[in-house]
Design a protein around this ligand. Structure first.
Ligand SMILES: Nc1nc2c(c(=O)[nH]1)N[C@H]1C(S)=C(S)[C@@H](COP(=O)(O)O)O[C@H]1N2
Ligand SMILES: [Mo]
Length: 303
């Protein structure tokens, strides 16, 4: 964990404990129970040569340990379907280099024991980001709920399009021919994480004493990073917040803005600027089909 985080009471903890990480499972027959000795991963499709990996092959490494913030496309603006976890795993790009993808391939179709599938851009996995075949989280083997024994984690892409749990098969394929669980239900075929920011404290409808009020929260734009966070009061000018440390462009960032609050009812809004300089859009969109957008907005009373 970087020094200097968790400095403002009421902000989401920088590190998400395994117990606190949100869960999304489509399997209605309970959480898959996969035994290590029965598990293997077949990497095939548009490749020079197929590969089958056993659990011991992954443990033989090299293993990388990386903080990566995972987010769900179903998250509403201001919502809680996001968490920052220390993942342990093998670089997916290394595995793909061993199978030698065909020049015409542009997608990975990952399949889970429960029939769930994800469709991920091949170029993103190969561009140097820390896409992982993860075997551990937060210093322990993956718990069953989060995909034991092995799952994918790809920074910058929503979970439904990258984070296949209980993964047993990866097919190198093409976007124009492949179909996946959520794309069959109308969700986006390409799903980069949208820049998002959230006010954690004060809470909505809070009553706070006049004077200096720390307004704080988190912001994320995985694999682009957060360059700035800005807050505005009652639709006024955007004011720069202070950013707390982030480990990399793949993790969220806590922020705080010290507000000299005058009595009355006020509306606060937050927006982030990502590492490319792009400002988070205020255009309101629902999560379907490719992620929510708009400013997190808080109404409170200063007394
Ligand atoms: N096999 C399987 N993998 C899955 C899912 C699922 O339902 N089944 N849900 C996906 C979605 S929508 C998200 S956001 C992430 C959530 O991972 P978590 O449940 O470990 O937080 O896993 C992804 N991987
Ligand atoms: Mo999700």
């Amino acid at each position: 964990m970087p020094a200097g985080v968790d400095a403002v009471p009421g902000t989401t903890p920088w590190a998400t404990s395994t117990a606190d990480l949100y869960r999304v499972d489509t399997a209605f027959l309970g959480v898959p129970d996969v035994r290590v000795q029965d598990w293997s991963l077949r990497v095939h499709g548009m490749v020079g040569r197929e590969l089958e990996l056993r659990y011991e092959d992954l443990l033989a490494g090299p293993l990388l340990e990386r903080w990566i913030t995972l987010t769900c496309v179903s998250n509403q603006v201001g919502g809680e379907l996001a968490g920052n976890v220390r993942w342990l795993g093998v670089a997916l790009a290394d595995v793909l280099r061993r199978v030698v993808p065909d020049a015409g391939a542009d997608a990975l179709l990952a399949r889970s024991t429960d029939g769930f599938t994800t469709l991920t851009p091949l170029a993103d996995v190969l561009d140097g980001r820390d896409a992982l075949l993860a075997v551990g989280m937060n210093g322990e083997p993956l718990p069953r709920e989060h995909g034991f024994p092995v799952r994918m984690v790809v920074p910058g892409i929503y979970g439904f399009a990258s984070a296949c749990k209980w993964v047993t098969e990866i097919e190198v394929t093409r976007f124009d021919s492949a179909r996946a669980y959520w794309t069959d239900r109308g969700w986006a075929r390409r799903a980069p994480v949208k820049t998002a920011s959230r006010i954690d404290t004060p809470r909505s409808f809070a009553r706070v004493p006049a004077g200096v009020v720390p307004v704080a929260g988190v912001a994320w734009a995985q694999h682009r990073g957060i360059r700035a966070v800005e807050v505005r009061v009652d639709g006024g000018g955007w004011q720069r917040a202070e950013l707390l440390p982030a480990v990399s462009v793949d993790t969220w960032c806590q922020w705080v803005w010290r507000w000299d609050a005058a009595p009355g009812q006020h509306t606060l809004q937050v927006r982030a600027v990502d590492g490319t300089g792009a400002v988070q859009t205020g255009e309101v969109a629902e999560p379907f089909p490719d992620g929510a957008s708009g400013y997190d907005t808080l109404v409170l009373t200063v007394v």
